[in-house]
Design a protein around this ligand. Structure first.
Ligand SMILES: [Zn+2]
Length: 307
């Protein structure tokens, strides 16, 4: 091959790569979200947890399951020898639907789209280290379930921007507002870990947790609707600006830990996830959630990927 052709081919490869990187690193549009004045500061936990709720419906949708390494779900350094746990485990990917009497239907997290009936929508050289396989029945994907539910979704609150929590977005209407913790990183690395779930049409409203109030044991709590019915709790560590949610349903409060604790095992044994953005922060967030559940053991807890 002549020198000229080699140079031409190299230039072509570099150009194609540059275009691919540019296309796959689309940055979603972020907007600051202004919260209504909060209704929490004068109240203690008993008053918040026992208030008459405007949340009159709450549903858990299971959109499929994924096979993941135990070392991602739990910091294996803290596991005792002979714990009986397998090296890999299958975990569920949930969406939570709830209805606010005045504001309508909302979702927490996005679940999985129908690509998870096969190889899923997270690509790249490293993707297989996170999700090894997926299982989904026909009609179990988020769009199919929402169609059956026939709800007008007013917004999606996302615990964090990891692929298994944004994997349902490609089949949701991009005009539905999405809410995330302020500064939450979008993990989408060209060729290595591509989860191109957000397009330029998607708008991410950032919830500024630093404006949240301190209420023991939590550092920052946001009163999303200003009526005490739905709280975002800043629980960073697994991801840069992770949020857990506490929903005061008419059946009682439900704490959704998100991936501050993927599993019940991690929660009951106080073992933070193996996959962390910052380990000590993850330990702190988990111990705050555990402390809260010990103060109010009657609260229902749903872990990131287990009920
Ligand atoms: Zn997850």
């Amino acid at each position: 091959m002549s020198k000229k052709i080699i140079i031409l081919l190299l230039t072509l490869v570099v150009t194609i790569s540059a275009v691919a990187i540019r296309l796959s690193s689309i940055k979603p549009f972020r907007l600051a979200y202004t919260l209504p004045p909060n209704d929490l500061s004068g109240k203690n936990w008993d008053e918040i947890l026992n208030s008459t709720s405007v949340i009159d419906s709450f549903k858990v949708l299971n959109t499929g399951s994924v096979k993941v390494p135990l070392s991602g779900m739990l910091n294996t350094k803290k596991l005792k020898v002979g714990n009986g746990l397998e090296e890999y485990l299958w975990v569920d990917v949930f969406v939570f639907l709830f209805h606010h009497k005045e504001r309508g239907w909302f979702m927490i997290d996005t679940g999985l789209d129908s690509t998870f009936q096969e190889e899923g929508n997270i690509k790249g050289l490293l993707a297989g280290n996170f999700i090894l396989e997926s299982r989904q029945r026909k009609g179990q994907n988020i769009a199919a379930q929402l169609e059956r539910e026939n709800k007008d979704i007013k917004g999606v609150f996302i615990t964090h921007l990891h692929g298994d929590h944004t994997g349902g977005l490609p089949e949701l209407n991009p005009s539905i507002p999405k809410y995330i913790g302020k500064g939450e990183q979008y993990i989408n690395i060209p060729f290595l870990y591509q989860s191109n779930h957000l397009t330029k049409k998607d708008k991410l409203f950032e919830l500024d947790w630093s404006k949240g109030i301190y209420k023991f044991p939590f550092d920052h709590i946001l009163d999303i609707f200003g009526d005490g019915s739905f709280l975002a709790i800043h629980t960073p560590g697994h991801s840069s600006s992770h949020l857990s949610y506490l929903l005061m349903t008419s059946e009682g409060p439900v704490l959704m830990t998100g991936d501050a604790s993927h599993t019940k095992y991690g929660f009951t044994k106080n073992i933070e996830p193996g996959w962390v953005d910052h380990q000590e922060t993850a330990e702190k967030s988990l111990s705050q959630l555990i402390g809260f559940s010990e103060m109010y053991p009657w609260i229902e807890i749903i872990y990131g990927h287990q009920r």
